[in-house]
Ligand binder design. Structure first.
Ligand SMILES: Cc1ncc(COP(=O)(O)O)c(C=O)c1O
Length: 434
């Protein structure tokens, strides 16, 4: 491709701002988004390059390269890219049903009752039972005392998301998993870049997942990943993601005449010993099609290079808000990381603990001042129509409190010092008026 095309892209489509926001920040007029991609011409160039010169529109060499680089970042041996983090969670749980792996049909999976819905939905969609536990108010993470107390012989796995990037006590969690023989399914969708005692989150689970939705640490537009260090699990997850097929040729290997196995056309079906079948059309799993486009892999490769900088920015913005909110211990509870955690914050969680004002009043004030805020996702899931038949939300009092009183502010890498000072000045104005 003509190398000048990058310059032409820069000349004709320079990226000045995100979401159509003006370049110049006008306090009270310009929206301060709660998150947003760290995005430049390079991602667009790579996407266009892959469209024009790639051999596939669907998952191909770029997705394969991204899978490899991503695995190294989270410290797992293998990864399978998907079209979203929700799809990644679906595959992570579906893998437990595979006859080639655990073959589970009727198990319980421990999971916190508050958080993002598609951490929990796959448990039910696969015919398993969620065993809900409450969360702790300090970190919003699952309450490990309740995990210990509630485990039943039917409980075979534990699945949760590190809340807004902040892990629970991983030493204790891993010890429980080991002692009670639980598979750890790690939802790292909000936590890419965080680590525990030097080990990246996403590197602890038997399987772990990530999301590349634009609000997350890195983005491919939409996208997700399942990672594992077990080759058999990778094969099953890839099969489930790719229609259920037995063939595992990916990237360049997809073009091999006789496949990676060297016997693409062979007698694959035992019941038809005389029939030669193409391995690409042999199905070992009851699968889905949850594959991403190759240009998403190309974008992911560029994004991954920015992760260290993104981590530093998110952490610095967390520290800025922490310094502000620490001045008001009577009004707010803020999440503090464990000393062993190095957190790449997805957001800055705040729980209103005073009677002087409500979370609603504060977030409405901020939104009117053009500062975006977000709830802690669904809060207590049992309040929601899709999940209300699963239990009484009031049996989980901390999750109720969080639904009513917790929100988060963005710590996007794109935030400027001027914007952060503006947010703090609005917060101080609100506090002074109450
Ligand atoms: C913890 C968590 N898990 C899973 C998801 C789903 O990811 P996606 O939006 O890519 O489907 C999200 C949200 O985006 C999330 O915050």
């Amino acid at each position: 491709m003509d190398p000048d095309i990058l310059n032409l892209i820069k000349k004709h489509w320079p990226i000045k701002s995100l979401y159509g926001l003006p370049e110049k920040f006008v306090p009270g007029k310009t929206v301060i988004p709660y998150s947003g991609p760290v995005w430049s011409e390079e991602e667009i160039y790579e996407a266009i390059h892959t469209l024009l010169e790639g051999k596939w529109l669907t998952s191909g060499e770029k997705v394969r390269e991204f899978e490899k680089d991503f695995s190294a970042k989270v410290g797992q041996q293998h990864s399978v890219m998907t079209n979203s983090g929700s799809s990644a969670n679906l595959l992570m749980v579906a893998a437990l049903r595979s006859k080639r792996l655990f073959g589970f049909t009727d198990i319980a999976v421990v999971t916190p009752v508050a958080g993002f819905p598609t951490t929990v939905a796959p448990i039910l969609q696969n015919g398993f039972t969620p065993l809900f536990v409450d969360i702790e108010l300090k970190t919003l993470n699952l309450d490990l005392d309740q995990v210990e107390a509630k485990l039943t012989p039917k409980t075979k796995a534990i699945m949760f998301a590190h809340v807004l990037g902040n892990p629970p006590d991983m030493d204790r969690l891993l010890e429980i998993c080991h002692r009670r023989d639980l598979l750890f399914l790690e939802d790292t969708c909000d936590a890419l870049g965080s680590s525990w005692h030097g080990t990246p989150l996403g590197g602890f689970g038997k399987l772990s997942t990530c999301s590349f939705y634009p609000a997350h640490h890195i983005t491919t537009g939409e996208g997700g990943m399942v990672s594992t260090s077990d080759e058999n699990i990778e094969r099953v997850v890839r099969s489930l993601c790719w229609w259920g097929r037995d063939c595992y040729c990916v990237g360049k290997a997809n073009l091999l005449e006789n496949g990676t196995c060297g016997k693409r056309f062979d007698r694959w079906l035992p019941e038809l010993p005389d029939l030669t079948i193409d391995h690409k059309y042999v199905f070992t799993e009851m699968g889905y099609n949850l594959k991403p486009l190759d240009l998403q892999g190309a974008i992911g490769l560029v994004q991954l290079k920015k992760l260290d900088w993104i981590h530093k920015q998110r952490k610095a913005h967390y520290e800025g808000y922490r310094a502000f909110f620490s001045r008001y211990p009577d009004l707010f509870r803020i999440a503090e990381p464990h000393p062993k955690a190095d957190v790449s914050w997805f957001g800055f969680p705040i729980t209103v603990t005073t009677d002087k004002f409500t979370k609603d009043e504060l977030t409405r004030f901020l939104e009117n001042a053009k500062v975006q805020t977000r709830n802690y996702f669904a809060g207590n899931l049992l309040f929601h129509p899709a999940y209300s038949h699963l239990g009484n939300p009031h049996d989980y009092p901390n999750a109720v409190t969080v639904t009513k009183s917790t929100f988060f502010l963005g710590v996007s890498p794109n935030l400027t010092t001027e914007q952060m000072e503006y947010v703090q000045s609005k917060l101080a104005e609100f506090i002074a008026a109450h």
